[in-house]
Design a protein around this ligand. Structure first.
Ligand SMILES: [Mn+2]
Length: 449
């Protein structure tokens, strides 16, 4: 028998989360969307059975609300029974969305489900038939919607050579008092823990790949356009305390996307039909393209095929079609485009449903290189823009001048009222937009004279 253990690490199931509005969808799509969170959990249970895992970890926010969803509770109970039949234990901690509080379950969990309480850190052993310890699991639930204590500092397994796995629901932000304030260094320095099974952040991410492994599996099924891309869980093979490998198992039947398309390089867009053709062709390409794997996660090869995509289009770039047909009629044009795309793509397999189209096109401007060669003012403006773009110090300076507003959130629960999340790509695109706007304005002023 193997010395190590194989397990599935998941979390943030958010059972009972309401369905987000996506327009007038067909019955088939409605069913697919409503069922998607449940299908994702079935996929996790199937994976556990297929890979013959030793146990499953669910790291908080199993339900969307402290008052458990009746449907979600019953569904989870049934899924746990399937695992119980195969003697696969499931360890659960609750998080900020579903603290233990005064909540009671509507249905009885089978005996294989072990819920780790909110009073103190609990420790469980996974043992071989001989009684020998194969691994330990440590964890603590939230008792209330916020947990301001550094509970991870109390995760102290005995000093020996067994594999110790710690379940923790945290934003991994030392400055946050709501979701276990904690730094990466603190987790790395916590003696005797070999795998930090985290929950709370909804994008999959391996934060540290060895000694100890620190990882977020993310939500198994995105719920809105803020949770884009392929979602799943981790299959973890822990051979020994310092030999632990992860693979990403896709589970999300529905994939949310924000797709940006620039009309800059399409010079023959004569009317909205041409634009619709372009988007339909791009939609077909998205359906046919292999799924993008979350960064840093090796993916398991199981021929995963989603049921469909729900997509938000952001159409940008400059062209005469903007002045001739789009400008001033953005919402009307978007509405008809949405209908045309859905007519063509929503019955494909996988389906592609257009949630909305945002038109951010602009007037064409003369060729930039020509302009820069003969216009000193534009040339200066361009030089300044390029300097900020290429010089890390200048960028840093701009960010610090703006202060708190550039704070980067670690999840949707982490949004602050006084901040505006700006990523590196967002910064570059803001800079580019500012430059283009300035060039446009200068041109317009000159035309007016
Ligand atoms: Mn959470």
């Amino acid at each position: 028998m193997l010395d190590g253990v194989r397990f599935i690490h998941t979390g943030d199931l958010h059972l009972g989360s309401p369905l987000k509005a996506v327009g007038e969808i067909s019955e088939r799509l409605k069913k697919s969307l409503i069922e998607s969170s449940y299908t994702a959990i079935k996929n996790i249970v199937d994976a556990a059975l297929n890979h013959n895992v030793d146990f499953i970890l669910m790291c908080g926010d199993i339900y969307d609300n402290e008052a458990r969803s009746v449907k979600g509770n019953r569904f989870l109970t049934d899924q746990m029974k399937l695992l119980n039949d195969k003697n696969i234990p499931v360890f659960i901690i609750y998080g900020n969305h579903d603290p233990i509080g005064k909540s009671i379950d509507f249905f009885d969990f089978p005996d294989n489900v072990k819920i780790l309480g909110a009073e103190t850190v609990e420790m469980c052993e996974i043992t071989a038939k001989s009684g020998k310890i194969r691994a330990r699991i440590l964890g603590q639930s939230y008792g209330a919607p916020s947990e301001s204590r550094k509970i991870h500092l109390n995760y102290r397994p005995p000093e020996d050579n067994f594999i110790n796995i710690a379940m923790l629901h945290t934003g991994l932000d030392p400055g946050s008092n709501a979701y276990v304030p904690c730094s990466l260094e603190e987790l790395k320095n916590q003696s005797g823990i070999h795998y930090w099974a985290l929950g709370h952040i909804h994008s999959p991410e391996i934060i540290n790949d060895n000694n100890p492994v620190i990882a977020y599996p993310g939500i198994p099924q995105g719920r809105d356009v803020g949770e884009t891309g392929l979602k799943g869980c981790f299959l973890v093979q822990a051979e020994s305390p310092d030999l632990i490998e992860l693979e990403f198992i896709p589970t999300s039947p529905v994939i949310w996307l924000v797709h940006r398309l620039s009309i800059d390089s399409y010079t023959s867009l004569n009317n909205i039909s041409d634009l619709a053709d372009l988007l339909i062709e791009e939609g077909r390409r998205i359906i046919d393209t292999a799924l993008e794997v979350p960064s840093s996660c090796p993916i398991i090869d199981n021929n995963f095929k989603p049921e469909g995509y729900v997509i938000r289009w952001e159409i940008c770039g400059k062209g005469s079609i903007h002045d001739d047909l789009i400008s001033g009629r953005e919402s009307d044009v978007a509405e008809e485009l949405e209908k045309m795309l859905n007519q063509h793509l929503s019955s494909m397999n996988p389906y592609l449903w257009t949630e909305s189209i945002k038109l951010h096109t602009g007037s064409p401007i003369p060729d930039l290189e020509l302009l820069l060669a003969k216009d000193e003012i534009l040339k200066t403006l361009y030089t300044i823009k390029q300097k900020i773009r290429e010089n890390a110090d200048l960028k840093e300076n701009a960010i610090s001048t703006m202060g708190n507003i550039w704070y980067k959130p670690r999840g949707e629960d982490d949004l602050r009222d006084d901040t505006f999340p700006v990523t590196a790509e967002k910064f570059d695109s803001l800079l580019e937009n500012a430059f283009n706007l300035a060039v446009e304005r200068i041109f317009k002023e000159r035309e007016d004279y």
